[in-house]
Ligand binder design. Structure first.
Ligand code: 13P
Length: 261
């Protein structure tokens, strides 16, 4: 049984004060609804500047913190980059790797993503590896091929026994920030294909221990249809994760949907 996971990707949003204000409200709601025993894992990935404050606020609580990126070296002359050692030191448990915005705006390729995944695992961070097709690729009927290719390349430095420490987020690029989420059936099919790919590469049944999330215009009003799918373990949420009430509702709806399964 895989633990459902709802992760917030705040992208380049929130000052330290705004992050602390979110955290206070979010913890109040969470702990009024079961707190420690809440059966959905919650991860918040703020900008780096807010990581230490959030780690301090969530210490001993049922909320983990993640980075939004990392560089694969431990230290050195890499101006503007952040290392896995620093993320761990600050208290992060997770790190997002290969988000489509990084691929598109900052020229990250699969080779770099693979090194980042390797480095995260080597330093005890759980990578949330993002894959997904563009609208053009979807229109050309290449969705499976593109996602399969990304999974094969991005996980090329991973060992089979490390699969349970990895999370894959299937985020169709055309669904990100557009308000147009994928049809749950379509997302489910791609995620099944991702699981099949992982089984081919790492051995039969490996993907039973792999959590795969959906991301792209997730909100409290549409999360249920995704979570009702057995193959979908959670969501990576952008815009709707910036509001503590809305983000909690997404976690709560996820809990209810998985309780039905
Ligand atoms: P939105 O939820 O704002 O569409 O963003 C999704 C995303 O990119 C999460 O990583």
């Amino acid at each position: 049984m895989r633990t459902p996971l709802i992760a917030a990707n705040w992208k380049m949003n929130k000052t330290i004060g705004e992050a602390l204000s979110f955290a206070g409200t979010f913890l109040d709601i969470l702990y009024s609804q079961g707190g420690e025993s809440f059966p959905v894992e919650i991860v918040i990935c703020p900008p780096f500047t807010a990581v230490p404050a959030l780690c301090a606020t969530f210490a001993g609580k049922n909320v983990a913190v993640g980075g939004q990126n990392l560089y694969w070296e431990e230290k050195g002359a890499f101006t503007g980059e952040i290392s896995p050692v620093m993320l761990r030191d600050a208290g992060c448990k997770y790190v997002i790797v290969g988000h489509s915005e990084r691929r598109r705006l900052f020229a990250e390729n699969d080779e770099m993503v693979a090194k980042k995944v390797r480095s995260a695992l080597d330093h005890g961070l759980r990578p949330i590896v993002c894959v997904g097709e563009t609208l053009e690729e979807r229109d050309e009927g290449r969705t499976f091929e593109v996602c399969e290719g990304q999974v094969r390349k991005d996980l090329s430095l991973v060992k089979a026994q490390e699969i349970p420490s990895i999370v894959i987020a299937y985020e169709p690029v055309w669904a990100i920030g557009t308000g147009k989420e994928a049809r749950p059936d379509d997302a489910g099919e791609v995620i099944v294909h991702i699981r099949e790919t992982v089984n081919q590469v790492f051995g039969p049944g490996t993907s039973q221990n792999l959590r795969v999330l959906y991301g792209g215009s997730v909100k409290s009003s549409n999360i249920r249809q995704f979570m009702l799918k057995e193959e979908i373990d959670g969501a990576l949420v952008g815009g709707a994760s910036l509001d503590p009430e809305e983000f909690f509702k997404i976690a709560l709806e996820s809990k209810k949907a998985k309780a039905k399964n």
